[in-house]
Design a protein around this ligand. Structure first.
Ligand code: COS
Length: 380
């Protein structure tokens, strides 16, 4: 067993940290306040190879491993979880989904642009009545021979207004249940595809979240991903990797909040000494650090499982369940250590606390992760 990172991993982590500090940090409060999508920063992240981290270089990707992906996600998320969720969705839901299950034509046409950040992608599974209960897809894709006709509504779609490529899950044959579900590549601008207004959110306010409408959208058959009826398994397999990305995002929110709290506790004085010298604060720091390191082990384990070719359904669910809990609890503690200043935007921790909540909800709520884990435990 080896807990150390390679020289290459350390370099990748430092590059991500440097980018987050110099590029993401300066405008992060304003982007959160005004809900501004960081278009220019996405372009820069594409140049650094962050939009196709694990994609094979022959499709324009960086050809890195999942450990690298997790390291990059943690560093970006310490500073700006709105930017990191775009990276996560583009990498582990859209690029991975296309690379693992797309045809060579689909990879050449779509993946090559998504992996470089020239284009952005979105993953469209959730619906007004189908979030956790993902097999109950109301969106339909009727088979018309050489094309499908898509009708329905998708909710809370990250990158919803800014994407060029949308992977859309829809029901083709209701009688077949989940085996009648398909996944499709839908392009922005296809007739009948409309993007609703941007959601006004509690956290990750710089990310671009929309409801999407599909009204008789004609999707060519060559845009279906995998065999007929593969769509639900496609969503499940892709989300298992997505959960590693969100777990790493949660880890970054927690460690970012912790680092700010530690620094503050060494500067702020009360009762004649820096507040870190008071046991009330020192014990909080001890708990925070321990919890974050425990989350890190689970996140790294899930990434390692994926890199080794092991099944990572359970390890990614455990990583997301635990890291998101740590992000929520420890960002609250970071605000508490900051006292009154913690409630003020310029100290950053209140934003991290707001951003933390979504990690317990998207890409499968904590309750869904417990379903996945408990089924795995019982099955053995
Ligand atoms: N990989 C491959 N196949 C999987 C899978 C996985 N990780 N998980 C489930 N499947 C397959 C099952 O094997 C089953 O196929 P067969 O009947 O051919 O064996 C099929 O998918 C249906 O699985 P299951 O019966 O377990 O479906 P459930 O309705 O009980 O739902 C959960 C399973 C709850 C795990 C699933 O609906 C889920 O993950 N929901 C949350 C979705 C989500 O993350 N939403 C957020 C949207 S993205 S922001």
């Amino acid at each position: 067993m080896d807990f150390s990172l390679t020289e290459e991993h350390l370099m990748i982590r430092d590059a991500a940290r440097d980018f987050a500090q110099t590029e993401l940090l300066p405008g992060v409060i304003e982007r959160d306040d005004k809900q501004t999508f960081p278009q220019e920063l996405v372009r820069k992240m594409g140049e650094l190879g962050f939009m196709g981290i694990m994609v094979d270089p022959k499709y324009g990707g960086s050809g890195m491993d999942t450990i690298s992906y997790v390291l990059i996600m943690e560093e970006l998320s310490k500073i700006d979880a709105s930017a990191s969720v775009m990276v996560s969705v583009n990498n582990s839901l859209v690029c991975y989904g296309l690379e693992a299950y797309g045809t060579e034509e689909q990879k050449q046409k779509y993946l090559t642009k998504l992996a470089t950040g020239e284009q952005i992608g979105a993953f469209c599974l959730s619906e007004p009545e189908a979030g956790s209960d993902a097999t109950s897809q109301a969106t339909t894709a009727i088979d018309k021979g050489d094309h499908y006709i898509l009708n329905g509504t998708k909710n809370w779609i990250t990158n919803g207004g800014r994407s060029d490529v949308y992977l859309v899950i829809a029901q083709t044959d209701r009688e077949k249940g989940h085996r009648g579900i398909n996944a499709f590549i839908v392009e922005k601008g296809m007739e009948g595809f409309d993007i609703g207004p941007k959601e006004d959110k509690l956290g990750i306010r710089g990310s671009d979240t929309h409801t999407l409408q599909f009204n008789d959208v004609k999707v060519p058959k060559e845009n279906r991903i995998g065999e007929d009826g593969f769509g639900f398994k496609f969503a499940m397999k892709t989300l298992s990797g997505g959960r590693i990305g969100i777990a790493a995002q949660a880890l970054g929110i927690a460690s970012g909040a912790y680092e700010l709290a530690l620094k503050y506790s060494k500067e702020r004085k009360a009762f004649g000494t820096e507040i870190c010298n008071h046991q009330a604060i020192a014990f909080k720091l001890a708990d925070m650090y321990t919890e974050i390191e425990a989350a890190r082990m689970l996140v790294m384990r899930a990434a390692w499982d994926k890199d080794q070719g092991n099944n990572y359904d359970m390890s990614s669910a455990m990583a997301k369940l635990y890291a998101s809990k740590v992000a929520m609890e420890q960002s609250v503690e970071a605000v508490q250590i900051h006292g009154g200043n913690g409630f003020v935007k310029e100290y950053h921790v209140e934003r991290l606390m707001r951003d933390a909540k979504i990690t317990q909800i998207y890409e499968g709520t904590s309750e869904i992760q417990k379903i996945v884990i408990s089924r795995g435990v019982i099955k053995g």
